[in-house]
Write a protein that binds this ligand. Sequence first.
Ligand SMILES: C[S@@+](CC[C@H](N)C(=O)[O-])C[C@H]1O[C@@H](n2cnc3c(N)ncnc32)[C@H](O)[C@@H]1O
Length: 391
Amino acid sequence: MAYNPVYNGGAPFTAFSSVTPATPLASLDLNWREQDLPERTRTKHVHRLHPYLGKYIPQLVEIFLRKFTPKVVCDPFAGSGTTLVEAAALGIDSVGCDISAFNCLLAKVKTDEYNLEKLGEEIRDIIYRTSLALSPSLFSEQFEGQADSEYLNAWFAPHALRELLCFRSMIPRYEYQDVMKVILSRSARSARLTTHFNLDFPKKPQTEPYACYKHGRTCQPTEDALQFLSRYGLDTLKRIEAYSQIRKRAKVKIINGDSRTARFPKIDAVITSPPYVGLIDYHEQHRYAYELLELPVNEASEIGAASNGNSKRAQGDYVVGIAEVFANVRKSLGKDGVVVIVVHDKNGFYESLAPQLGFKTEEKLLRHVNRRTGRRATEFYEEILIWRLNE
Ligand SMILES: C[S@@+](CC[C@H](N)C(=O)[O-])C[C@H]1O[C@@H](n2cnc3c(N)ncnc32)[C@H](O)[C@@H]1O
């Protein structure tokens, strides 16, 4: 088994398109600092259609896809669709499964193919019609909708909520409704009554002016959503256009379900980053979207759900859940198939799971994650485990 050197003295590897099946993975320095792989590169084109906590680095996926050249790749923890987006960019078919309906919506919008002219017309039209329906006028009908959700009424200023609901009421007019839903969700995230410095984990609505650490002054919670709908509408269009230029024709199948029991087609690679125990709540982080879009909630089936904590019992349940997922995908994996798992396996769960599930660990690569932020107080390494079937 090969361990790659943590630092080889030079600049980390960034010639992603040069990777071929002959590239020895263990020779690659994947310890990117911010300057080696800046945020705008990690969030290029559709990778930033909507913020998502727990996304992995697209360039990592690209390396493994180029190295293993699968015909069909599977991501049983597809999240916001990073694996599927990178696969389609290389003309590789993919199947992804995720328990969160919102994540599946995001992955679908990122990987769908579009008539760009029509998409542009629709996005501009919905922004125009929304502004018209919100402005007092003798000549057009005014929007009068209200929310009957306690969450929405608590987390948005009345003016912002009216704008969001007005945009939502327009969505059924259009062909590309899922794109509109993502624009609505991203705008809602920014328009919530939160402080500017805590958009990820706001605990309670911020209704008063506050001392803002991010901007170094007193800031007001926002009362407006239209500016976001308009800005993110055009940004979404730009990002989808950019991805359309580089993506190839490839099939993408997205399953909104539980990967322990989902039925996957034949695959020859798995590339995935599983959830951790008790760390991220994959439904709650997008609660505004679930409320606005009335999406089904499957929180109870999340493996490692944050709400279950990190107790011994939660850890035990986690290992059983993860084992069931890999046992399930194994049934669909061809005999020369490969499994790539990107995980911070501090408890060694995955190391001991491999032989129990009929896999052998072929390689284990290390990546120094907090080199990027420059914070060295606690060292944090991510492992990349490469499993093969153990005949
Ligand atoms: C670390 S995230 C994956 C992120 C993804 N690699 C990306 O870049 O967007 C783990 C994902 O596992 C999903 N998940 C948790 N339990 C699941 C289950 N039982 N079946 C399918 N997906 C599940 C969560 O909803 C979450 O999106």
